[in-house]
Design a protein around this ligand. Structure first.
Ligand code: SAM
Length: 279
């Protein structure tokens, strides 16, 4: 079963989960990333650590999402009683180009778990490997890679899945995380759920879910996905900016650039209407 709680602050959701005494297999924490959409807070590190402390009380596994430089401090500031299992990377090639500098193409996700929490690499075996395992001939358990490649849901890419949320993750990115850590019937908690990507994956993997977000527009999206609706319920327009939670690029890519790379000279191309400065 997938529940979407009424809109409330993440700290209220964590307190409610603590009070419930329920055991959570996985908490997915995907806050705003302290730049771009969602704004900046000076106490970001302490704030996120407080959330990690809260969810550590009831979660076997915790996933913390952000840009690499945003999650990096938490390699050293882990949720109490948890260890770092892996630094995961979501790699996407299709971020709209900025003319100068590096074109951002990754999000990071730290996987923490209690020392005795189970992992299920066997959930990723193909039919041939399953057959070998049955015969006792699988010599090692091949795990999935820690880099997950999946396109940003932007423009016409993944259009059926798009909800209009400005930082929606593809279900293909969340799915391996929950496959690695859950078996059917386990409970997943996502207190900053945005469009409800977790709900879509929980449905497919037959997991229970509790989702919440402070924004009622987003809890409504999550409710629809919990009921099995694909995206596109809110808006038929592609989102106004890229979906990794970043500020939109300042300018459009010039026609003569190759893969967004322009070797020298002034940026060309017209600024986007209402564009704000890129990173
Ligand atoms: C990066 S987005 C999550 C995107 C989501 N994983 C998805 O795939 O759609 C961050 C979300 O955190 C929510 N959020 C930010 N601050 C919050 C708070 N204090 N309490 C609850 N939700 C919050 C935002 O409304 C936003 O939807």
């Amino acid at each position: 079963m997938i529940e979407v709680w009424k809109p409330q602050d993440v700290e209220a959701s964590i307190a409610e989960m603590q009070d419930s005494g329920r055991h959570v297999r996985v908490t997915m924490l995907d806050p705003w990333y302290n730049k771009g959409v969602g704004g900046v807070r000076d106490d970001y590190e302490d704030y996120i650590f407080k959330l990690l402390e809260g969810v550590a009380e009831f979660s076997d596994h915790v996933f913390l999402w952000g840009f690499p430089e945003i999650v990096a401090p938490f390699v050293k500031r882990m949720p109490p009683g948890h260890k770092l299992v892996a630094w995961l990377t979501w790699y996407y090639k299709n971020n709209p180009s900025v003319i100068r500098g590096w074109r951002s193409s990754q999000n990071a996700c730290l996987h923490f778990s209690k020392p005795d929490a189970k992992l299920y690499p066997e959930h990723f075996l193909n039919a041939a490997q399953e057959a070998l395992k049955e015969k006792g001939k699988l010599r090692y358990m091949p795990g999935p890679t820690s880099v997950i490649e999946s396109a940003l849901l932007t423009g016409f890419v993944g259009r059926a899945e798009q909800t209009g949320h400005p930082a929606q993750k593809p279900e293909a990115v969340y799915e391996p995380l929950l496959m690695m850590t859950c078996k059917p019937g386990d409970l997943v908690f996502d207190p900053m759920c945005g469009s409800g990507t977790t709900a879509g994956v929980c449905r497919r993997l037959k997991l229970d879910g509790i989702l919440c977000d402070m924004n009622p527009e987003y809890t409504a999206m999550a409710e629809r996905r919990a009921e099995g609706a694909p995206g596109r319920a809110v808006s038929d327009e592609p989102p106004a900016f890229d979906l990794a939670g970043e500020i939109p690029p300042q300018v459009t890519e010039p026609k003569n650039s190759k893969n967004g790379y322009v070797p020298t000279g002034k940026p060309r191309g017209r600024p986007r209407k209402n564009a704000v400065a890129a990173e």
